[in-house]
Structures are given as C-alpha cells and as structure tokens.
Design a protein around this ligand. Structure first.
Ligand code: PLP
Length: 450
C-alpha cells in the first residue's frame, strides 16, 4: 500500500463502508476521469455505468465546468446569501431552474445536497401547515424501500431498514406505506390495476389510522433509486394524488436521482403526471462537481410563507453554503452542456436502446427476473428461482458478487444488496456502443457468478 492509501486507511472514516474491509484492504483510489471513464490508482480504466453516485450527467473531467468554477472562484469565491445577500450566479440559476422545473414550482431554495434539500422541505411543510392554522399536521408519509437521505429526519423518511437499524430510527411521525413494486409486492393473480388500487387503499388506511389532520405531506421518488430502480405502476401517481388532495396533504417529489435529464425528460415528474407542491433536486444539478441542491416550492406554498413572514419574522432556515456562487456557476455551466449537447434527448434515445438490449440479452437468463427503469436509469432484478420468485439468501451477497465480476471486466455497476438488484445510471453522454459494452460485462459477470 502506498503512502496515500495508508494515510486513508489510518485516518478516514468512509461513508457506507465496512470498516473492517477498509482496514483490511485499504481504499479504492480513483485518480482521474474522462467522459464516462475513470482511471484508478493502478492506472486501470473503468467504465462507470453508475455516473459516480447517480450524478455525473455530463461525464468526468469536463473543462467547461472546471473553467466556470475557476472563473467564479477568482471573481468572488464565496459570500453568504443570508438576509437577502445574493450573487449573480445564484440569481441566474434560480431563473433558469424555474423555467425548467414542473410548472407551479417557481421558487427555489439552495443547499448542499439531497439530504438537506429534503430536510428543508420537511420544515417548510411544518411551517406551511402551522401558518394555515393546522400545526398538528407534522407527520410525513414516505414509502418502504425509499431513499431520501441520511440526516436524522431524512434517514427517517428513508424506508430501507438498513439505514434505521444502527441508529434507533425512524423518528416518531415518519411513516411508511407500501412500496409500489408490482413484481415483488403484487399478489398471485392480482393485475397491475388492482395492485394500484390496493396501494391506494393502504395509503387511505394509514391516513385514517393516524388521522388526516396529523399528516403534512407524502414524499416519493418518481422512480425509486436505491430501493431497486422501481418505476411506478401505471396510474399510480394520479391515484395517490387524488387521495392526498382530498385530505389536504402536500406532495413532495424527490427528484434527486431522476432530475436533470436522467430519465429522458428534465424531471421525471413530467412522465408520470406528478404535480408536486414541493420538489427536491441535487446530484445532476452540478453533475456532482460541486455539492449543491435545489429545493423547489410551488407559488401557493410560497405565498403562505410570505404571509407568515408578517407574523413569524425571518424565514429561520439556511446554510452557510446556500446559493454558493461557485456552485451556481457550476450548475449553470452544467445546464449549458446538457442543453448544447442534447443530453436529455440522448438519455431518452440511448436509454431506450439500453433497455432493449438488457431485455434481449439478459431477459431470458434463469436468474434475471425483471429489467426496470426509464431513460438512462435501469435496474436488473436477480432472483434465485424465477418461477417461485424465491430470493437468494442474504449471505450469498449475489448483487455484490456480480458487480465485482463486472468490475473485473472493466465496468462499474451498482449493487443494491437489500433488493438483489444491480443499478445502472451512466453519464448522459454515453453511446449505444458504450451500452453494448456494459450489457456484455453484466452478461459475463452473471455467467461467472451464477
Ligand atoms: N434523495 C434521493 C432519491 C437520493 O437517491 C439521495 C442520494 O442518493 C438523496 C436524496 C440524498 O442525497 P445526498 O446524498 O446528496 O444527501
């Protein structure tokens, strides 16, 4: 192990990492990147079919982003945005985002990542209802298998039990309804429409049991990411939103993974007829080059907050790095590239090709049960027995083994161990030939492991 690897091993506590494995093997150092390729500490080239952590829309090593960051850092570098202070980059970005976001979402609050965007939205939900005379509406309904972040509140929104077990979470008042995964949750003989009806009934039953007057919002990823890349069944969101509207519950779309072109539209809410009152975004906003989030509010929610200002005083929430000029400059340059290079269209077109070759080349594999997703977001469901849907035992660590074998073939895919699935979320610049390479590596990995 060289000096830097040893320094890392001795001094860094890594996120979402086995401490024992890191201590034993040291870190996996990535030196540089170019396009969809990474170069590791041994000089090996790896094709990154995950785009970092589902975020590198424009690819690695883009000089356009580096130049925009450097120019902004040279001009100002930093100033806060508290008390109405601003900078040209923040104002320009807010105007541009309001034009891109689902209609009604014309106000934006900037932070540093997806977790703080969702945390901000939870507080806005509380404030909104309190100002409208319903301070009891504090509970938030999320879904099992959801991922909404890692803060104390946002890990509570998260519906993956692996993020709760070690920390005595979720906090009270964070509720979880059924995951909309037809393949896994559908009952024998139950059609997709009947499944959606059952999900609606589950939600109604939860609202009734808790009391609608105690519930502030419902939060959902348009397509679940870390929970398995799960698109909604047909008609799911319109049906759910009818229930929410009837009970005065706000709809939060968590577009942290699905935003900024990932699914072949600027935001996935547009695909599924989601009409969010609030929306979280991060990741692809800057392609990961700068930690930045944008939390959106509808005009109606904003008007309530504006009225509240008269009685409550300042909006008492904000981060040192809210509206960071270098972050906003990065985001603007990133949006320029996405637009100029037609990456939203590319995600739709190359994404459709990816889904077709996954189905064609892997769909008949005896241990591949389902291929899911939209655009350049895909999930591959592995299963022990296809007919009975018997899962592998957790000790088999199947998803991790297949991802390891793909990596030995030079392709990074993301294992989702709790759902025996592989996730793909490559940079939006990829070509059909790149996708051939990825699917070939997964096919080879499946052949080696299973
Ligand atoms: N929401 C979703 C849907 C995510 O996938 C993530 C991260 O993967 C987050 C929120 C949290 O974002 P961050 O890790 O930037 O805090």
């Amino acid at each position: 192990m060289d000096h830097l690897a040893e320094a890392d091993r001795r001094h860094v506590l890594h996120p979402a990492t086995s401490i024992g494995a890191h201590q034993e093997h040291g870190p996996d150092i990535i030196e540089s990147g170019e396009g969809a390729w990474l170069i590791d500490g041994q000089g090996r080239r790896l094709f990154d079919a995950v785009g970092g952590l589902w975020c590198v829309q424009v690819g690695y090593g883009r000089p356009e982003l580096a130049d925009a960051m450097a120019a902004s850092a040279r001009r100002l570098g930093y100033y806060h945005t508290f008390g109405g202070a601003s900078n040209p980059e923040q104002a320009r970005l807010a105007e541009r985002l309001a034009a891109l976001a689902p209609k009604r979402l014309n106000r934006v609050f900037f932070g540093s990542g997806g977790s703080d965007a969702n945390d901000t939205l939870v507080k806005i939900v509380w404030q909104y209802h309190a100002l409208r005379g319903e301070p009891g509406r504090t509970k938030i309904i999320a879904r099992k298998q959801a991922y909404h972040g890692t803060g104390v509140a946002t890990a509570s929104l998260t519906g993956l039990t692996s993020f709760h077990r070690q920390f005595n979470l979720p906090l009270p008042g964070f509720l979880h309804t059924t995951a909309p995964h037809y393949w896994r949750q559908g009952r024998p003989g139950e059609g997709e429409a009947a499944f959606v009806q059952r999900l609606v009934q589950d939600l109604e039953a939860l609202i009734e049991a808790e009391g609608a007057e105690s519930i502030g919002a419902f939060i959902a990823e348009p397509i679940m990411g870390a929970g398995g890349v799960i698109p909604p069944p047909e008609g799911y969101f319109p049906a759910i939103q009818r229930v929410l509207r009837r009970h005065g519950i706000l709809m939060i779309a968590d577009e942290v993974v699905t935003g900024y072109g990932r699914t072949g539209a600027w935001f996935a809410s547009d695909h599924f007829d989601i009409q969010p009152d609030l929306m979280a975004s991060a990741k692809g906003l800057t392609s990961g080059y700068f930690p930045m989030s944008a939390a959106f509010l509808s005009d109606a929610v904003f008007e309530v907050l504006r009225e509240g200002d008269k009685t409550l005083g300042n909006f008492a929430h904000g981060y040192t790095y809210s509206g960071h000029p270098v972050g906003a400059a990065t985001a603007l340059a990133n949006l320029d590239l996405i637009e100029r290079e037609g990456l939203v269209d590319n995600a739709r077109e190359v994404g459709a090709y990816l889904h077709s070759i996954l189905a064609e080349r892997l769909g008949d594999h005896p241990h591949v049960a389902e291929i899911r997703g939209l655009g350049l977001l895909a999930g591959v469901q592995l299963v022990q027995d296809k007919a009975s849907r018997q899962a592998f035992s957790p000790e088999a660590k199947i998803a991790a083994k297949v991802a390891g074998a793909a990596r030995r073939r030079g392709v990074i895919v993301r294992p989702l161990p709790s759902v025996d699935s592989l996730a793909l979320s490559p940079p939006l610049i990829v070509t059909r030939a790149d996708m051939d390479r990825v699917v070939e590596a997964i096919g080879g990995a499946l052949g080696e492991v299973l």
